[in-house]
Each structure stands twice: as structure tokens, then as C-alpha cells.
Design a binder for this molecule. Sequence first.
Ligand code: THU
Length: 165
Amino acid sequence: MARNSRQQLITFEELDSATELTPSEQATWQAARDATDQAYAPYSGFHVGAALLLADGTIFKGTNQENAAYPSGLCAERTALFGLAASQPGHAPIVAMAVAARPSHGEFGAAFPCGACRQVMLEYESRQSQPIPLLLPSRNGTILRFSTLATLMPFNFSADDLPPA
Ligand code: THU
């Protein structure tokens, strides 16, 4: 191993079932699954839902929204975050986030946010004073629980990397 090589550990929990989640996490988890019914995914046939639990107890949902001009669509994670910020400026802090995904006519499977969504998720976390815990369905049917979105994207780009405006 080179003298200057480094490693970074990722810490998360792996749960066997949603029954191991707290009641508010369960509500967020279920909201993400329910949201998949509202996805507009005629081109991929991949329905994604994202749910944001706010400190006031409300849950804001997003879904993927596709377009015939394929790159014009947007992922569920970003419609949720952008939708919340656009419609409720000054909203209560986000205290949990969950994502769910399933084929148009199939069972729920893994839902791992894409890189662009991770970049956006991190900025929303940094805009509020507290970390955003995240629940993701894994590829083997377990639930991955991260205590902060920052875990998902080390070495991310941030406003700190921009020159002063
Ligand atoms: N998609 C999401 O909504 N979230 C992700 O993190 C990954 C992908 C959507 C985008 C597109 O509508 C469909 O899933 C297939 O890529």
C-alpha cells in the first residue's frame, strides 16, 4: 500500500424489516412506497418515490417525472426536495428521508439515489442546522439507515469550493 494511501469508512445500519424502524420512520418509509403510485415513468417503467418527514410531523412526497425528451425528466429525490423548498420556503427542518422504487407492475426493490441527487441532497442538509437521516431499501431486501446524508457522498462539491461571489 502506498505510504500516502487513505481509507474512508462509511457507517450505516442494516435492518431486516420495517418493523425495526421507529414509528415516524415507518410512516416516512411507507409514504415513499405510497408515492411510487404517483410517479410518471412511462419510458423507464421504474417508479420511484421519495418522502421527507418534517419536524412539524408533516410528510412531503416526490416522484420521478419523466419526459419524451429523456434528459428533461427528474428523479424522485429531487422533485421532493425542490418541491418542498419551492412550495414551502421556511419549512420545518427535514428530520427523515426515505426512498422507494418498483417496476410499473412489480415488487419493491432497491432504491439508491443517483449521484446528481446525492449532490442536491447534501446541499439541502447543509442548509439546515441538523443532519437528515436516510432510509434506503437495499438490493437484498434489507433497510439501510444512514444517520446523515453526508455519508452518501464523500468529496462532494459544495459552495465552499466556489470563489466568493
Ligand atoms: N430515478 C429516480 O427517480 N431516482 C434515482 O435515484 C434513480 C433514478 C428515476 C429516473 C428515471 O425516471 C428512472 O428512475 C429510471 O432511471
